[in-house]
Design a protein around this ligand. Structure first.
Ligand code: HEM
Length: 372
């Protein structure tokens, strides 16, 4: 049911991102060269773009009195949606890590924020279900909306609401993490920033009146250095750093047993096997002695990596939104580098940075930068 929703045509409409970029850029301009937390803005940006793609209408969390755009409060719960969604995920991660004891973590705050998230999702589902088949067809002409396409396949309220939130969880924080870590490293590495900006200038121009029609799904894919930068960020900072699988039958893993951990390892049915892409992505046996260093150039002619590089996982449950995420992240990077020529790190924490991991990974403190 979900896979067709991620076909090329659906993910190719980068222009839908532009109104949100304009609001983001307004925030940055209002900072007037002083220090601000870019990660916070990236999380707002991705909740705005995801809700537009999924619900058919953005929650506009970037709208703020501070930039002369009062937040819309026409839908009950809309203004609290982004914060509630963040808090709910913290609890969900603790519940996931607690496995069969998950039900012990159920405080009032968790129930309250979950109620807000569900209320907003329910509002959109009910609205979509009121549309006739003709109205749904008509709406699809204005641009792709996940909920409307799904509503053509099923009218089951619970399925629709669950799938909306499923994709929101899968797609929002992951992309926000990728973008935040990208700007964190670009701010610390002026040589990489300049090389990337040069590629962007050559392909799309820079400045306020750059021709936006040049930025397409296809032209973004041709930006080789941009791809190197994003690959390297997802290597060092995979958005899903820890994951697990549960054995559905008695089985044997090829390695991991014995004194040297290199003999077969028996895993009985029902056992949880956790694994960390974060660790694999930094192993010198695959990435060399400089495995911990940020070096986008290593992706110019990479060796065959197979399962040593799994930011989107692999096999039958590989990320459905990979193209969508890379296209969105590429567009945001291109547009911000077109509009801002100066990006300085104001991070005072240690390197590598302290990370916060719940279901996904982000900076513990934030990404503090100056941009002009
Ligand atoms: C940088 C951005 C992203 C990263 C690093 C990422 C990573 C991943 C990973 C590691 C998984 C596998 C989880 C598992 O099986 O345990 C996954 C699954 C998934 N992702 Fe993404 N993701 C990203 C963005 C997105 C976006 C933007 C969407 C949708 C708009 C999306 C939709 C999905 C879906 C639907 C699945 C479940 C697939 C299945 O179970 O069959 N992802 N993603």
């Amino acid at each position: 049911m979900l896979r067709p929703q991620f076909a090329r045509d659906q993910v190719a409409h980068v222009q839908a991102l532009e109104p949100h970029i304009k609001v983001l850029a307004k925030h940055i301009k209002y900072s007037k060269g002083s220090t601000f937390d870019l990660q916070k803005l990236m999380f707002q940006l991705t909740v705005d773009t995801s809700t537009e793609f999924l619900f058919g209408e953005s929650v506009h969390s970037l709208y703020s009195e501070s930039i002369g755009l009062p937040p819309p409060n026409d839908i009950d719960g809309r203004n609290e949606f982004a914060d509630s969604f963040n808090t709910a995920q913290h609890y969900l991660a603790s519940r996931a890590y607690s496995q069969f004891m998950y039900f012990l973590i159920n405080p009032k705050e968790f129930r309250d924020v979950t109620a807000v998230v569900h209320k907003v999702a329910r509002y959109y589902v009910n609205r979509a279900l009121k549309f006739s088949p003709e109205e749904l067809e008509e709406k699809s002409k204005d641009g792709y909306v996940f909920l409307y396409e799904l509503a053509k396949q099923t009218k089951d309220k619970k399925v629709l609401q669950d799938q909306l939130l499923n994709i929101l969880v899968a797609g929002r924080d992951t992309t926000a993490g990728l973008l935040s870590f990208t700007f964190y490293e670009l701010a610390r590495n002026p040589d990489v920033f300049n090389k990337l900006r040069k590629e962007i200038e050559e392909n799309f121009g820079v400045g306020e009146d750059a021709d936006l029609s040049l930025i397409t799904f296809e032209s973004l894919k041709k930006c080789e250095y941009l791809k190197c930068v994003l690959n390297e960020i997802l290597r060092l900072y995979p958005s899903v750093p820890i994951n697990f699988r549960v054995a559905t039958k008695d089985t044997v893993l090829p390695r991991g047993g014995g004194k040297e951990n290199n003999e077969p390892l028996y895993v009985s049915k029902g056992t949880t096997v956790a694994y960390a892409a974060y660790v694999t992505h930094r192993l010198p046996e695959y990435y060399g002695k400089d495995a911990d260093d940020f070096k986008p150039d290593r992706w110019i002619n990479p060796p065959k990596l197979g399962w040593a590089y799994v930011p989107f996982n692999g096999g039958p449950r590989i990320c459905l939104g990979q193209q969508f995420a890379l296209t969105e992240a590429s567009y945001v990077v291109v547009r911000l580098l077109q509009l801002f020529s100066k990006l300085d790190s104001k991070d005072e924490g240690p390197y590598p940075p302290r990370k916060m991991v719940h279901l996904t990974m982000c900076h513990q403190e934030g990404v503090f930068v100056q941009m002009e």
